[in-house]
Structure formats: C-alpha cells, structure tokens
Design a protein around this ligand. Structure first.
Ligand SMILES: *[C@@H]1O[C@H](CO)[C@@H](O)[C@H](O)[C@H]1NC(C)=O
Ligand SMILES: *[C@@H]1O[C@H](CO)[C@@H](O)[C@H](O)[C@H]1NC(C)=O
Ligand SMILES: *[C@@H]1O[C@H](CO)[C@@H](O)[C@H](O)[C@H]1NC(C)=O
Ligand SMILES: *[C@@H]1O[C@H](CO)[C@@H](O)[C@H](O)[C@H]1NC(C)=O
Length: 405
C-alpha cells in the first residue's frame, strides 16, 4: 500500500518538475528572443557567476610582447601620459603586468568581438581627467583593429568617435564635480550667505548637471561615471578662502553644509537625474576612485612616485595608511560616499581601487612634462587597459541579468 502511493507521488513530482523546467525554459527563451529583436545585438559571452575581481594579484607576463596600441596608431594619447614616447625608464614594463583575480579569470578585452557584439551602440565616459585616461585606452584599443572613424562631439561631449563599420560610438564628457559650479562673490547678491560672513567661494548647484553631459543619459546606451579628485582639492576649493557653497533649487543651502554632505547630495541628485532619463536596456556604471601614489609630499609639495615595480601588499598598507599624513587617503574617502550613493539604484560600481593601489610604478611620474610629478594619472598604454577589461567583464555580467529579467 505504501509503496504504491509512494510510486504515485514520485510520478506526480516527476511530471510537475518537468512542467516547471519547461515553463522556465520557455519564459527564458521568449524573453531572450524579444530582447534580441528589440536590441539587435547579443552579448559575447554571458558570465553569470559573481567574481570578486578586486581580490587578486599582479603578475609580470613576459609573453606580452606589444602594448595593445601605441601613439603612432592612436593620436588620441595625451602627450603627458605617453610614457613610452617620453622615455619613462620602466614604460615597457608597465603594460606587461597582468591582473590575476584569485578565484576567476579576467579575460583580455578583445576589440574585434567587442565591435561585433556592440554594433549600433553608444558608450559615454562621463567624469574628470581620470575617466578621460580610461576613455583613451578604450578608444585606442578599438582603433587598433578598426581605423575608419568619424571624429565628432556627440551630445555635448568633449570628444567622441564613431566606428563607421559598426556604428559604435564612444565619447568622453568632461565634468569635475558632475554638477554645475562657478565662482561666487558677495556681489552676487545672495543676502543670506553675505549675512553669514561669506565674501568669496564657489557656488555649486547640487541639482543641476553640468551642461557637458546633461544630454548623455538620453544619448548613450552604456555610461561610465566618475567624480572624486575635485572633491579633495583644497588648493581650489579652499575651506577658508574659496569654500564650496552649495545651492539647491537656485537658493543657497542655509545653514551651509559641509563638502561631505554636499558630495552626498550631488551623488544622490545626479543618480536620480540619470535614472529618470536613461535609455531602455541601458547599463549604468560608476567607477570607484583612482588612487594616487605621491610619496614624500603631496603633488604641490615635492611628492614623487619613482617606483619601478608594483607595490607589495604591505607597502600598499603603509602608503595608504592614515598615519602617512593622508596624502593618498582620498580613494577610501570617495569610495565610502560612492558605495552609499549607488546602493539600491540601477547603477553598478566598477571597483578599480584596490587593484590600482598596487601600481605605484604606472604613473607618468617626472616624465609627464609638468613642473611637478604626475602620480595621479596613468601611463598609456597601462593600467586603464585593465580597467577596461574589468569594464567589459562587468558589462557582460550586468547584461546577462537583463536578458532574463
Ligand atoms: C573583494 O576583495 C577585496 C580585496 O580582497 C575585499 O576588500 C572586498 O571586501 C571583497 N568584496 C567582496 C564583495 O567580497
Ligand atoms: C604601433 O602599432 C602599429 C599598428 O599595429 C604597428 O604597425 C607599429 O609597429 C606599432 N609601433 C610600435 C613602435 O610598436
Ligand atoms: C546607430 O546607432 C545608434 C545608437 O548608438 C542608433 O540610434 C542609430 O539608429 C544607428 N544608426 C543606424 C543607421 O543603424
Ligand atoms: C607628516 O607630517 C609631519 C608634520 O607636518 C612631518 O613631520 C612628517 O615627516 C610627515 N610624515 C610623512 C610620513 O610624510
């Protein structure tokens, strides 16, 4: 008796689970078909398993003979970042270090398959010069395999290019704080601030995007944002002589708020601004802060970065410790604000900070052609090539979820 009902039960479970599997497969394939029909594109290699790409190490790879691009094939490389051309002594080693995550593989950016997979797509890098550094690496890698480009300024961009054979557009939108800002003085007739004793400063509108990228969310399908260094620039936004004065809805915020609180408001408002305007099926990424490697002082007090190899883990801890006078602490500071802001939104973060902290060897240093050493931007070719590997891995990961939801 028991055996018979058990057998019945088993058969029922079997039929039920077959039906369930079938309906899941059906939903998946229906969604997938409509996605492909709507978007006319496919992902190169959907990766659905989570990997912590920040957890890894740098390995010197002798088998990398050439950089991904060079200054003669790509004029877009800014001259201060052309470490090979400027004769930085370790420039040929800089691009031979490969990032190896401990628990997975980070595939190298394949420009040919990328161009094929992302036809009719537009990609915008929005942010400060560090995002321009990443944009140049991205553009030059594609340019190496497809030379026919139209140079133009899509949607208010500082610069942009369309790869004509693929109708793939890549653009860079320059913005320091994301929002609009400008000089303010007591003559500007804001009684409230003048009454509080302010004479000069910078007016920062927490709810108005800078015009350089205001159109970007409706134009691009994929957006990579950053902001950071300018929130930590006391030489410009001097708390005593030229403080940040925040405005909202065209009125000064009183009592005045700290730069910390202003930064949070800006991130919150700009993230909502983008979310309200984004294109259907778009991918939104926020890149975490790029670390600096000044040693023995800050950028304007004789700091330098003469190292020839990536740092060891212990050296990273020393260089970025609070005791080291805070020279390089801004990365952690910015990231705390960023992580808080993107949580629960449709943005994903692109975590490049910890992998980059090791790379004290990869800045232009004293070959940047400036009065002071450049230990903030990166040599090209160099580490931003790896950021783009990570960008593409992240893009495929995010897209693999869009396919089924
Ligand atoms: C990823 O790895 C980094 C470096 O080891 C670590 O700091 C971070 O907490 C990890 N993140 C997650 C989500 O596990
Ligand atoms: C630069 O790239 C071009 C195109 O791939 C190649 O022909 C040339 O040899 C490279 N030059 C150097 C100096 O590596
Ligand atoms: C080129 O790509 C854009 C998206 O970036 C799209 O809006 C446009 O229709 C495409 N043009 C053609 C001719 O397919
Ligand atoms: C930190 O600053 C103090 C005082 O300005 C100075 O004496 C010290 O050498 C600095 N330490 C480092 C590690 O730069």
């Amino acid at each position: 008796m028991t055996t018979v009902s058990n057998r019945h039960l088993h058969r029922h479970i079997l039929i039920l689970s077959l039906l369930l599997t079938f309906s899941i497969l059906l939903t998946f394939s229906l969604n997938k078909t409509s996605y492909l029909r709507n978007h006319r594109r496919h992902t190169t290699n959907p990766v659905r398993t989570f990997c912590n790409y920040s957890d890894g190490k740098w390995i010197y790879d002798h088998s990398i003979p050439h950089p991904r691009y060079n200054a003669s094939s790509c004029k877009e490389i800014y001259k201060g970042w052309n470490c090979l051309g400027n004769g930085k002594s370790n420039a040929v080693d800089v691009f031979k270090w490969r990032w190896k995550p401990n628990h997975c593989v980070l595939p190298e950016f394949n420009p040919v398959s990328f161009l094929n997979a992302y036809r009719d797509t537009s990609i915008g890098f929005v942010g400060d010069s560090l995002n321009r550094n990443m944009f140049i690496s991205f553009f030059c890698t594609l340019k190496q395999v497809s030379g026919e480009v139209k140079k133009w300024r899509p949607a208010g961009a500082d610069r942009g290019f369309t790869f004509l054979k693929y109708n793939l557009t890549v653009a860079y939108h320059r913005t320091n704080l994301l929002v609009r800002y400008g000089r303010w003085s007591e003559n500007d007739n804001d009684g409230k601030l003048t009454n509080l004793g302010y004479k000069e400063g910078y007016r920062i509108d927490v709810d108005i995007p800078e015009s350089t990228w205001a159109e970007a969310p409706t134009f691009h399908d994929i957006l990579i944002f950053n902001t950071g260094h300018w929130w930590c620039a006391p030489s410009k936004f001097n708390p005593a002589k030229s403080p940040m004065l925040f405005f909202e809805k065209d009125l000064p915020v009183v009592p005045p708020i700290s730069p910390d609180a202003g930064f949070d408001l800006v991130l919150k408002n700009m993230i909502s601004y983008v979310e309200a305007r984004k294109r259907p099926g778009s991918v939104l990424l926020f890149r975490t802060q790029s670390p600096r490697h000044f040693e023995g002082g800050d950028w304007d007090t004789g700091g330098s970065c003469m190292r020839q190899r990536p740092l060891m883990r212990k050296q990273v801890e020393e260089l970025f410790s609070l005791e080291n006078n805070g020279t390089n602490m801004e990365a952690q500071y910015v990231n705390v604000h960023l992580h808080k802001a993107v949580k629960g939104t449709s943005f994903s973060s692109l975590d490049i900070t910890s992998m980059s902290e090791f790379r004290a060897d990869a800045h232009p240093s004293n070959t940047g052609g400036k009065k002071h050493d450049d230990c903030m931007h990166w040599c090209l070719p160099g580490i931003t090539d790896i950021w783009n590997d990570l960008f593409i891995a992240k893009l495929e990961y995010v897209k693999s979820f869009q396919l089924v939801s």
